[in-house]
Design a protein around this ligand. Structure first.
Ligand code: NAD
Length: 435
């Protein structure tokens, strides 16, 4: 597949606000490069492309809390609403010590693209707090979550912007967010967040949905490459909500999960790691460190012999340094933004298929959409119904994007961006500018 694109005279350069500068490398710069790559394929809609290059709204908040020892700590929080042309904002909240505004902006933009790529009726948003939650007690974590929610309260809501879990946030954090929003608004609003506990209006199947979507997309991509899942060797970076579930589903389908890396270690077993036992182990210890298997270095992880590589940890992991050594036939992006544009080019030249994040990890937001719909109607579906609908949406979306890639001789990432950006900008054009 080639990335050669026709030039489009409708595209003009505009001066960007300083905080949107693409030269400042980082996730936002990567996202802008991705938009530039797709712009020539947008036809007359390209006149609206600047819409995609700036968030609609970016809120930075101070989150002060009293720590257990009586001191006052301040954390920086963000909620970015990138685009709401197709519906309310939707996207997770990340708690991590390295979160930046640039990162949250990029993640919010990827949510716009993802939601449009799988055609769920949402715009894109994302939030984060610059904090290492592992250093907080449970009550400190609750205070951080509640104060953050109060600070962003006026821009979220079931019809405005619906947060969800992301790195280091979970059902409990969503329950606190839902409760805080509900207390502030005077009535219980289950639909303000997704990824909630089942007892508070959460959806069956939500916890596994992103990993399940990774598996569905991986299976579709494998079929198109003529690769059998049974017996295929799989390497997974990240063993959390996404990575562990994807590893489990590939394991159950007969694949051999030969390598897993988390924030503490990387384990290798050419005969296949015992994924269910490893999940049980990690659920107690919070890491795979100490589980049986040969320990390999973070660098060696990328050199492992495998057919399927699943980055499911953080962004910027597959780089120009490690991409030349990757042995996989395909990369299924469980994480958001795990591949840098330079690495993308290297993988394309090496004929390694990349199923991009905006489709590969869209299972979570798809079941979040089901959760939101169920909350509105207070009528809940069975897990079987959820999984069937999830598989159907993911397969249809992947097949449509595959076809666009074939028709335009572009990568799946560019194809996904063509499909998604076209939908977003069509909505933008139909709505027009107000006032
Ligand atoms: P998680 O917190 O449950 O797990 C993250 C995993 O990554 C952990 O195993 C952690 O040890 C590992 N990790 C962290 N830093 C690492 C490093 N430097 N090197 C190797 N491993 C490292 O998070 P998650 O929900 O599984 O999310 C993982 C990725 O998937 C993120 O990019 C997130 O944005 C994306 N994602 C998540 C969802 C979802 O529903 N949870 C949906 C779409 C995309």
């Amino acid at each position: 597949m080639s990335s050669a694109a026709p030039s489009n005279p409708a595209v003009k350069n505009h001066t960007l606000p300083s905080y949107l500068n693409a030269d400042a490398l980082g996730p936002w710069g990567i996202y802008l490069q991705q938009v530039d790559r797709v712009t020539p394929y947008l036809g007359s809609l390209a006149r609206w492309v600047e819409t995609l290059k700036r968030p609609k709204r970016a809120l930075v908040v101070d989150v002060p809390i009293e720590m257990d020892n009586g001191t006052i700590a301040h954390f920086e929080g963000y909620r970015v609403q990138h685009n709401m042309s197709r519906g309310p904002g939707k996207g997770g909240v990340r708690f991590h010590q390295d979160v930046t505004l640039s990162e949250v902006m990029a993640l919010s933009a990827w949510m716009s693209v993802k939601n449009a790529a799988v055609n769920v009726p949402y715009g894109g948003a994302k939030g984060g707090i610059r904090v290492d939650p592992r250093t907080l007690s449970r009550s400190e974590l609750e205070r951080v979550t509640r104060r953050y929610t109060s600070e962003i309260n006026f821009i979220i809501g079931p019809n405005k912007d619906i947060p969800a879990p992301d790195v280091n946030t979970n059902e409990q954090v969503m329950a606190w967010m839902m409760d805080t929003y509900s207390m502030n608004s005077g009535s219980t609003a289950t639909g303000v967040v997704t990824g909630k506990p089942i007892s508070l209006g959460g959806s069956l199947g939500r916890r596994e949905a992103t990993g399940r979507g990774v598996f569905v997309v991986g299976s579709e991509a494998a079929r198109n490459l003529g690769l059998e899942i049974r017996g295929a060797r799989v390497a997974v970076q990240g063993f959390g909500n996404v990575g562990a579930v994807a590893a489990k589903l590939f394991h159950e389908a007969g694949a051999k999960v030969v390598a897993v890396q988390d924030h503490r270690t990387a384990l290798y077993n050419p005969a296949g790691l015992d994924v269910p036992a490893m999940m049980e182990y990690a659920s107690h210890s919070g890491t795979i460190e100490g589980f049986q298997g040969e320990t390999i270095s973070a660098e060696q992880f990328w050199h492992v012999d495998c057919e399927i590589l699943i980055p499911a940890a953080l962004e910027g992991q597959i780089t120009a340094q490690n991409a030349p050594h990757i042995k996989a036939r395909m990369v299924i992006e469980g994480a958001n933004g795990p591949t840098t544009p330079e690495a993308d080019d290297i993988l394309r030249e090496r004929n390694i298929l990349v199923a991009p994040d905006v489709i590969a990890n869209a299972g979570g937001v798809t079941v979040s959409y089901f959760e939101w719909v169920q909350d509105f109607s207070s009528f809940f579906w069975t897990e079987e119904e959820i999984n069937q609908r999830l598989v159907r949406i993911m397969q249809e979306a992947f097949r449509a994007i595959w076809q666009v890639a074939q028709d335009n001789k572009v990568t799946l990432r560019t194809a996904a961006f063509i499909v998604a950006c076209t939908r977003i900008l069509q909505a933008r054009e139909m709505r027009g500018l107000y006032p």
